[in-house]
Write a protein that binds this ligand. Structure first.
Ligand code: CA
Length: 403
């Protein structure tokens, strides 16, 4: 498949990708855009001109209405875009709706309904267990039986480029007699993949594992900013709370799962075999997504998503097995992506081993946790058809001092 646009075959936003986002230009309202090369297609205006009625949802300021239409509409929308951008006969009518990406402002792509964060990397969970609970088994007894997760704060999910204010809260190290209060001194990142969910369900219904992909629209890069000192003191016995809820950053472009068909890979292997509701007719598949974690211009880690233990379909099936409904615009994170090798760890907690092994940056400084003014950028790409990359773009954020 080739486009009539001048886009190199190895461009991360080539014709095989076509991610959706919400953009605006000066003086115009935010609406759905589709990235192709270094342009953004004004999708709703293009669809309106072509007489595609179902494309009206692309004139709205979030992807939620499009997500509500379900998988058949998602496929039809993608087919429409492919046709418009590959058949030369559409060139003259489509070209006016292409805007240079440098001229647009990107917004949060979804109105986040519910936000859940999982913990699907065995290496990450093992590392955290060793650091936080050195006298116990690193993995809790439930870990290989269910994808562990918690409900996060949907209202503080922000788009890439949004500054992150250092959170303030309580902490108490084991050696301290009493808790103290102040700005976090162990501010961290978590490199994750976020899954954008559509085709809402009713309370009481559950999404079976073989139907999970009907609700998995696409993926974003996700940075789950984490205040380790606040987290360590508050998380027993109910899990993460204020150490996480101050901000979660996502990338502006939602890459459809359809664009990642060539990136499906087998999971590393599950032992023991999970319960039946987590076993599908087809073997559970992961995704081959390659990450870069950059801190102030230095790449400090290269996590590999294929290392994750639980599949996205298993996470979604588990999320709804109790009858909890899905809403359009739900978002769930994979959990920190860490592998066996040190340079594939997706958090500073693991890279610096809780501060014991400072990380050297190219500017000559070192870090254990984040300093005010630090900028963290996650980038990722996956293999597409014919060896072409499918880019997920980037998610970036800069730490501002506590208020
Ligand atoms: Ca997380």
């Amino acid at each position: 498949m080739t486009t009539w646009l001048d886009v190199p075959a190895d461009h991360p936003f080539g014709i095989h990708n076509l991610p959706y986002g919400i953009f605006s230009t000066e003086g115009t309202a935010p609406r759905v855009g589709v990235r192709i090369g270094d342009w953004v297609l004004d999708a709703g205006a293009c669809a309106e001109r072509a007489g595609m009625e179902s494309g009206e949802v692309w004139l709205t300021p979030s992807l939620n209405s499009f997500l509500a239409q379900g998988r058949e509409a998602w496929a039809a929308g993608r087919a429409f875009l492919h046709e418009q951008l590959t058949d030369d006969c559409h060139r003259d009518s489509v070209e006016p709706y292409l805007l240079p990406v440098a001229d647009v402002t990107m917004h949060l792509p979804i109105e986040v309904a519910d936000y859940v964060d999982f913990y699907a990397s065995e290496h990450h969970a093992t590392n955290v267990g060793r650091i936080f609970r050195p006298d116990s088994a690193p993995l809790t007894p439930n870990w290989k039986h269910l994808p562990i997760g918690y409900h996060g704060r949907a209202g503080t999910v922000v788009v890439s480029g949004t500054d992150v204010v250092r959170p303030t809260g309580q902490r108490k190290a084991p050696s301290d007699a009493e808790p103290t209060f102040g700005p976090s001194i162990r501010l961290d990142i978590e490199a994750e993949l976020g899954f954008v969910v559509g085709d809402a369900t009713q309370v009481g219904d559950r999404v079976g594992i073989d139907d999970a992909e009907d609700h998995l629209f696409g993926v974003v890069l996700l940075n789950d900013w984490s205040a380790r000192d606040i987290q360590a003191w508050e998380y027993v016995p109910l899990g993460p709370f204020l150490g996480k809820s101050f901000a979660t950053s996502i990338s502006p472009w939602v890459v459809p799962l359809e664009a990642l068909a060539a990136a499906r890979v087998p999971l590393p292997g599950q032992d023991p075999e999970p319960l039946e509701y987590l076993r599908g007719e087809r073997p559970a598949a992961g995704l081959d997504v390659h990450y870069e974690v950059e801190l102030n211009g230095t790449v400090v880690a290269r996590p590999e998503y294929r290392d994750l233990y639980w599949s996205p379909a298993q996470m979604l099936a588990h999320l709804t097995v109790n009858g909890a409904s899905l809403r359009n615009g739900d978002l769930f994170g994979s959990g920190t992506i860490s592998g066996a090798a040190k340079d594939t760890r997706g958090s500073l907690l693991e890279l610096s081993w809780n501060g014991a092994e400072p990380i050297a940056l190219d500017d000559g400084t070192t870090r254990t946790f984040l300093a005010d003014g630090d900028t963290v950028t996650l980038r990722a790409w996956a293999p597409g058809p014919d060896g072409a990359p499918v880019g997920l773009g980037e998610v970036t954020g800069t730490i501002q001092p506590a208020r």
